[in-house]
Design a protein around this ligand. Sequence first.
Ligand code: SDX
Length: 393
Amino acid sequence: QGDVFTYDPGFTSTASCSSTITYIDGDKGELLYRGYPIEQLADKSHHLEVCYLLLYGELPDAKQMLEFEALVTRHTMVHEQMQYFFRGFRRDAHPMATMVGVVGAMSAFYHDSTDTNDTYQREVAAIRMVAKLPTIAAMAYKYSIGQPFVYPKNTLDYAGNFLHMCFAVPAEDYVVDPILAKAMDRIMMLHADHEQNASTSTVRLAGSSGANPFACIAAGIACLWGPAHGGANQACLEMLREIGTVDRIPEFIERAKNKDDPFRLMGFGHRVYKNFDPRARVMKESADEVLGLLGIEDNETLKVAKELERIALEDPYFVEKKLYPNVDFYSGIILEAMGFPTSMFTPIFALSRTVGWISQWKEMISDPELKIGRPRQLYTGAPRRDYAEVEDR
Ligand code: SDX
């Protein structure tokens, strides 16, 4: 297999599993999908090609790409009955709450892809999830703003289809802006997989019990929602808005350094990266490009973000703790410029990460050695003792 990459974190590694899918070198700030650097993929590839790479291990040739794209396109619609599931939610439900519920219920609609012991059903489940998550996320958005659901269009590419399902209305034609579609595609690709992060570990652990793949992905969506994880993109933009102007940055930097203050710089720091998150670099370039092309390069939020990054990267506290911007620091600025509300930031992270979750689930389910199974614990509670009657307590 050539070089076996190992990451020595400098302490006894508590690696939960081995995997051939994604490699991160936290010190170097390196991220490889099946060996390919994220920077090269962001520059030369597209999300659906990266989906093929993550799912099957190699970049597709032209014929394989056409067949894969046709297969995914054919599965972008959801069962018509699912719309009634949406209608049970309050309109002001967070789209992540809706997605957890609807994705978890997919096993009630797609009985022919729930048997984890059947390799064909596993493949069908994988394609269905890659194909349908953008549709479900778009439906969650439309439902939250009281607009009618928009069906996928087979003539559009993966990212363009998602934008169309979110922003088209029956009253008028919606033409997908190729610049926004490219930026959307790059955001999806940058979020596609990331080794054994909390939500991926959740999917693997749920899958190790033999739970159906839709339930496992729903568990991953629930975990991703946390503000320390995938919810950070929404929290980061809300933080940048709260800071408001460049002159208020020092106040927030001091708060982030104050242990007695729960405030953290959202979009900063990472469990693994102790250098730049390579995705943040690409995302920052995309932010400049998209806002420039939209004619809003002097966007105050972008200005605050860049100045906050500059000040933090020079501050001894952040330098000493090796805190750098992560994938969530700039993504929200781009998504807001595209017209998404902050409540859609994490759903977009979830639909993008679905291919990573399902690839890691497939890898785990196909090799019993990789099942996390049942982790043990270090018990530090009370020693064995006899029951005490209430009058003796
Ligand atoms: C994602 O795991 C993944 O791969 C996740 C992800 C993926 O693609 O799946 O990359 C996506 O979740 C990115 C992270 C998004 N979260 C945020 O941006 C929220 C803000 N970040 C923090 O909450 C924090 O950085 C964590 C949770 C991400 C990591 O926290 P750790 O493990 O405490 O980080 P650390 O050990 O490097 O912290 C070192 C020190 C600590 O202080 P001391 O205990 O040394 O005194 O730095 C402090 C931390 O308290 N610190 C911060 C900080 N992040 C860490 N201080 C201020 N602001 C921050 N953002």
